[in-house]
Ligand binder design. Structure first.
Ligand SMILES: Cc1cc2nc3c(=O)[nH]c(=O)nc-3n(C[C@H](O)[C@H](O)[C@H](O)COP(=O)(O)O)c2cc1C
Length: 222
């Protein structure tokens, strides 16, 4: 598959079939993602991939945390979204809620949509990603490079993903179920599996700002 076709095709999928992905395919994906670059090649991502009964235990525990506990992420979430970021954030929420048939003022519907994160969007597999945050922003950049490698690799293998900061909201619940690497903080998770195209949320399509909003090309001949 052409790399830029994978870039164009990749999107966050929020509804999965129950059919599991084989261990062999998962190993292939994550082995290839080990090629992701990192500062001084420190490779700071620490990852747990779940299947079967382990996924079910994680899902059950996360749902309990969602209904009974207060979020307490180990890595601070953004304190706010000033412009122009607020507009992008609202737009991404709007396309998702529209696809799900949730009205703008339907607060209950929005909670239901957020809860889907902790249902892992019905995916048969969850990936929990942590890293040693003593590397600060550069460790986060490394993990980001790894994340995009996984997301594009998944497309190449016919799989779908949703990266989820939501899965970092209840770290003690996750730690009860999974052996998170010592000295690391949980940064995010990924639901992964085969897309269910009949799930309404999967009709959502996000847009992107024009190039000039993000990139300046200087000194080129016109
Ligand atoms: C680090 C990171 C965290 C994210 N967290 C969530 C999340 O918790 N829940 C969710 O539904 N989507 C989450 N997303 C998906 C974004 O909303 C999505 O990437 C963005 O709206 C662009 O849409 P696209 O991925 O379909 O192109 C996350 C994406 C990234 C990269």
């Amino acid at each position: 598959m052409d790399l830029f076709d994978a870039v164009a095709e990749r999107r966050s999928v929020r509804g999965f079939r129950s059919s599991p992905v084989s261990r062999q395919t998962m190993e292939s994906l994550f082995t290839r993602a080990q090629r992701a670059p990192s500062w001084c090649n420190v490779q700071p991502w620490r990852v747990v991939v779940t299947s079967g009964e382990v996924t079910e235990r994680l899902r059950t525990r996360l749902l309990r945390a969602f209904s009974e506990e207060s979020p307490s992420p180990e890595i601070a979430m953004p304190p706010g979204y000033p412009e122009p970021y607020g507009t992008h954030r609202r737009e991404c929420g709007r396309v998702l809620y529209e696809a799900m048939g949730i009205e703008r003022k339907d607060a209950t519907g929005k909670v239901r949509a957020w809860r889907r994160n902790f249902e892992l969007f019905d995916a048969p597999h969850a990936v929990i990603v942590s890293f040693d945050d003593r590397f600060g922003i550069y460790g986060a950049l490394d993990v980001g490079c790894w994340l995009q490698t996984v997301l594009l690799g998944a497309v190449a293998l016919g799989l779908a993903c949703c990266p989820q900061a939501a899965l970092a909201s209840y770290p003690s619940a996750v730690r009860e179920v999974l052996p998170i690497a010592e000295g690391t903080k949980i940064a995010f998770g990924i639901s992964i599996g085969v897309e269910d195209p009949d799930v309404p949320a999967n009709r959502a399509r996000t847009s992107r700002a024009p190039l000039e909003d993000n990139v300046k090309l200087l000194g080129f001949e016109t």
